[in-house]
Ligand binder design. Sequence first.
Ligand code: GDP
Length: 455
Amino acid sequence: MVLAELGGKIAYGLSKLTSSSIVDAQALEDLLSSITRALIEADVNVNLVMQLKINIQERVGVAIEKHQEEHGNGSNDATLLSLQKMVQKAVMDELTVLLTPKKSKAYKMKRNKPNVMLFVGLQGAGKTTSIAKFANYYQRKGWKVAMVCADTFRAGAFDQLKQNATKLRIPFYGSYTEADPVLIAEEGVEQFVKDKYEIIIVDTSGRHKQEGALFEEMQEISAAIRPDNTIFVIDATQGQAIYDQAMGFREAVNVGSVIVTKLDGHAKGGGALSAVAATQSPIMFLGSGEKFDDFELFSAQSFVSKLLGIGDVKGWEEEMKDVKTAADKDELMKKMSKGEFTLRDLYKQFEDQLMVTPMSKLIGQGLTEDNKKQLKKFMTIMDSMTNKELDGKVDWHGKKGTDKSIESRIKRIAKGSGTHPLEVKLLLQQHKQQEAMVSKMGKSGMFKGNAKQKQ
Ligand code: GDP
């Protein structure tokens, strides 16, 4: 997937800067050129890319100049490191801004009330498929969901929606005989509101920007049902053309959210991501396949973290929303902001890395078969550890006096897991490095910021 390449190129540019002992105006210029080139190659709108470049320049240019004046090229590690971190943060923040519309807020579903969602988009964009995925997503979370098919234009549209609804056991409304989509939409919504459905999804005919009549019909449906949110579905494979299409829809109806589909194929993705700016509406979900589960809630911050291969704290937090209590979440954030990272945390990280999610398919899991084997072996090693060892109660890299007991622990773990003591040491070494990184990030306040930014 091309977005994986984009992430790789930006991450490479950043790693060049963060591993260099010289951070000056030229290094910044090189980094910015590589970022702009990568974004433009991925089809991101040129004006947006130029704005991003200016923003990063404005944020860090002065600090770099000042650093050069004060330290030249021979600065000490601490000041150089904080400058490198500052550049890295500016790049991540500005990429996040690129994916976050300034004006409109993300729609928030309200419990025990009808949330009427009007789906619009070009024919073939993946609207009907996304409706099924959307319905499935919320139904699984315990919402009362229903679907209305107001697409009377395309033969078979009602059958397709009906089939999906039946598979998912979701009530649906439509008609084989009624030709007026406005009437169907109105009646369907009215019925499901009366029956106290919380999420009522309305499918409309796919249309083209030039098709005036279908655009009018869409406006009439919108005026009749007054949706709480209008969701524009776009096909990522459409490249730069999406920007204009998105503008057309934005002018016709009040688009509130965007769903980007087909990011699993050969889409460059950047065109779709630029639609955020055109519609001024946030991306709500990403679709990355034809199955109901190939669907993922979008968060600009976790997208950027994953794109650049940097630990995705926000995404982690999102995932925990459903399974953990608020107290548990706060506990983890508190722990990480203090720079704590135990072997058990590393185990969870490996589990996440090995999991195939829509996002990992989309921006590349980055793991080779050898990598995967290694992670699994490390996990087997950790399976042979005691709770005390996993929870950071053993000082593996401590003072000389403890060496003997540590050696015998390592031997015991190696025996229990059928591995060599050197492999256990390799794991401990890797853990030490990650712990040091979390500690640095914790001190920089990065996790505190993430914990605050709830969607
Ligand atoms: P609509 O005309 O906008 O309602 O589009 P459909 O939902 O009928 O989808 C058109 C085609 O795109 C179908 O063959 C879908 O299976 C396929 N499709 C939809 N979403 C995705 C996706 O995220 N990835 C892939 N690969 N195919 C998709």
